[in-house]
Each structure stands twice: as C-alpha cells, then as structure tokens.
Design a protein around this ligand. Structure first.
Ligand code: CMP
Length: 139
C-alpha cells in the first residue's frame, strides 16, 4: 500500500471539476485517506514548491497557486503514485494522453488542474506539508 499527495489547483476548483477528478480516482480504485480545501499564502506555496525555486516559472507558479482555493488530498492504494500520474497525464497538457485529467481540463502548462507527487520521498514530504497523522485515515 502506498500514499501520494494530490492537489486540485485553483484552475480546477474554479472550473468546478473537483467531483470529476475525485470520480476518476475512485473509479480507478484509489481511496481518499484525507481531504481539505485551503487557500495558500505565497510563503506556503514557495515552501511547497521549494524544489523549483531556481526555475524561471517559480514566481508565476507560486502566484497562481495562491490565486484561489485548492483541494489537497492524500490518496491511498497499490502503486498509487504511478496510478495517479497516469490519470493526470503529462505536465504539459499538449503532451498528455487522451482521457487524462490534464488533456481534458488543462489550458496551460502552469494551469494544469492537478498536482501529484512524483516519488515516495516527495510524497512523504508533500503529505507532511499539509496533513498530520491524525488527519489521515487508513483505507
Ligand atoms: P506540477 O506537477 O504541480 O509541478 C510543478 C508545476 O510548475 C507544474 O505542475 C506546472 O503547474 C508548473 N509549470 C509552469 N511552467 C512549467 C514548465 N515549463 N515546466 C514544468 N512545470 C511548469
């Protein structure tokens, strides 16, 4: 059993696709072990995306991530990191496979609807960034 962090970004919340994204997870037998809606501060967004701080898109990305509420979730299941990344599709929606969340709803390489952890180590950091143990249910 594995866990990963999923975020429905401000563009996804604004497009009213929270339910659609969750439906895709549950249809693929992924369990939601924790969930909340929050609005990040700039400092919180910078901390979350600290690995990207030298990238040219860092300032724009952290502005975007604070532009409205987001939904953060802990997903649980077998191989859930890879499974979630397959459901999301490529970061750049133009390269995403048909039927993926980003192919269907993203409008921009930055405004790409969802985020998902890319490895067990990043999942542990990202889950801990938003949730404590008491907020995560065994599913
Ligand atoms: P995410 O999977 O959350 O990880 C980093 C985010 O930076 C990415 O999705 C995009 O929202 C954003 N981003 C903006 N420009 C780029 C880019 N050129 N390459 C990768 N990520 C980008």
């Amino acid at each position: 059993m594995e866990r990963t962090l999923s975020i429905i970004k401000p563009d996804g919340v604004a497009k009213n696709v929270i339910g659609e994204v969750i439906k895709r997870f549950e249809t693929d037998s992924i369990k939601i072990a924790a969930m909340k809606m929050i609005k990040l501060t700039k400092t919180q967004a910078q901390g979350f995306y600290a690995v990207h701080r030298e990238r040219p898109f860092f300032d724009s990305l952290t502005d975007f991530m604070t532009s409205g509420p987001i939904v953060v979730m802990v997903l649980e299941g077998k191989d859930v990191i890879a499974k979630n990344r397959k459901l999301m599709g490529a970061t750049n929606f133009k390269e995403a496979e048909d039927g993926t969340i980003r192919k269907d709803y993203a409008t921009d390489i930055e405004k790409n609807v969802v985020h998902g952890s890319d490895a067990p180590e990043t999942a542990a950091f990202e889950i801990g960034y938003f949730f404590n143990d008491l907020e995560i249910q065994e599913r």
